[in-house]
Design a protein around this ligand. Sequence first.
Ligand code: SF4
Length: 142
Amino acid sequence: MDLIKYLEFKEKLRNELENELSPESIERARKDPHARRYPRPCGMTIHTGIGCTYSCTYCYIYDMGFPHKVQPYPLSDKELLYALTLNPYVVLGPGGTMLAMGSVTEPFLPETRIGLSSILKFLVHSVIHCKLVASPYSMTSI
Ligand code: SF4
């Protein structure tokens, strides 16, 4: 991995999003935990929503205090992505930090999947645009 290239990509993405987002959005994203928390062993957890209606018996989210109903995450997809570009512990791009989508919700619920698909589409587009090369060993990374 060419770390300089990846850092330049992250900075470019951050600048692009900064030009698109309102000052209020930027402030909201800066204060969000996605902008500063460490990735977990499974990857950087990205919350496209909170809670889940399915109530699977083996699910851990209810033990963590999350509800049996679902709500979209309070950040928009672009705010969420912007927060990730601010996080010093996250490397975006193929072979970079693994991304664990959902983690405190089911990311394919109608309320949560819009954020999921927007983030994935935007990242894939950005990676292609910046000509970052995918590693064959990083199928779970973007
Ligand atoms: S988050 Fe996933 S595992 Fe947990 S209750 Fe929802 S569908 Fe089941």
